[in-house]
Design a protein. Sequence first.
Length: 470
Amino acid sequence: MRYISTRGGAPALDFEGATLAGLAPDGGLYVPESWPQLSPDEIRAMRGQPYWQVATTVMAPFVEGSLSRDELIALCQSAYGTFSHAAVTPLVQLGEGDWLLELFHGPTLAFKDVALQLLGRLFETFLARRSDHLTIVGATSGDTGSAAIHAVADRANIDVFMLHPEGRVSEVQRRQMTTVSAANVHNIAIGGSFDDAQAMVKRMFADRSMTDRFHVAAVNSINWARLMAQVVYYFYAAVQLGAPERKVGFSVPTGNFGDVFAGYVAARMGLPVERLVVATNVNDILHRALSAGDYSQGQVTPTDAPSMDIQVSSNFERLLFCEGGRDGAALAEQMRGFEASKAMRLTNAQREGAAGLFASLAVAPEAMNAAMRHTYETSGQVIDPHTAIGLQAARRLREAGTIDSAVPVVTLATAHPAKFPDAVERATGVRPELPPRTGDLFEREERYETLPGDYEAVRDYVAARATAVS
Ligand SMILES: Cc1ncc(COP(=O)(O)O)c(C=O)c1O
Ligand SMILES: N[C@@H](CCOP(=O)(O)O)C(=O)O
């Protein structure tokens, strides 16, 4: 499989190259040259299979040329063996046609583990084939950071520098990052929002003073391998609910548009998906883009669903490329306009292409709290604020008739409620307990640097500690 840049100005790479590159040198994101297809028979055969086996079938075409089937199987068995639930991502029924896909049984209790447990192993496999050292630079609004750190801590030939917005992640999220004592882990709290941190990371990929000396790599969902791993659970869930004979809808709490783009990929590969609901909090750039064609960056408002406090959604560029005729030059121009003015209009082709599959809704804080409360009162299930946004959007769009009432809808439960105990307790009166695997999180010493939200300060900090490759 070959990977091309959404901005059309970078050479195509194989899977290994795209995984180690992260962002393309022209500022674009890598996407597969074409979508592999899974036939109804291949999808039907996934029923009853263990997660690692479904993962192998879904990912095999994407890694062709870079990993043998046996290597892929071994990586999947090892990555998904770290999950505490035998089903890895169990499906739980809440009501008639209303399902939760629990994605938080990995080491750091959020859906990010599904991809990052694999990505850490992919880095190790590829680094063993070459003499190289990765300087991973990432941005987090809370969950990617800890999942990435747990995936690469103490791995040889890797350093990770993780930027989080100071004071804007939950205490559990922060401690999951800052109490890891591995020498190759460097946490940085920066002034500003996740968007500021993400912009600095992207700028570093374009900064020759860094890329000439260091092999800068990505763990955010700008890295294609992250999304590839997330495509798997759409298939895994849908076949349990009757696919390929029956269509399934998904509601996805959304920030950087990575998780829901993985659902789009599943649909393009042949999974019968009725609708993909893009559920946002009040940071609603994606809802405005999908409902009105208006992709304009507002100020980030801090909320009780902090991981979704995002107003520039990196992976939306992948959708614009795929639905805009795969025209890299035109998209590069469109993105340059956005970067200069912080606003852009979707083209008719982009809007109409997206409208066939996506629906969207922005969920206000009161509705999010009501969804947590209602779910607890009616099913005894305690859910986290991000999941509540997905659930609320699914129910509202079903009531509005946007989603066929006969179609089962799966809401992605993206984080364990104990990551956000204060918000959950305020809404439900219940304070969720951290699972035993998190150990003595509140006793361990924290270690992180605080830097101003200033690119040069972050760049110099990284450059002084990273390992040069040339
Ligand atoms: C708990 C949680 N839910 C939802 C999201 C949004 O996912 P995405 O950024 O892939 O849209 C995130 C962060 O990305 C998250 O950490
Ligand atoms: N919500 C994320 C933000 C980064 O998103 P990513 O999927 O691109 O890594 C987080 O919790 O860090």
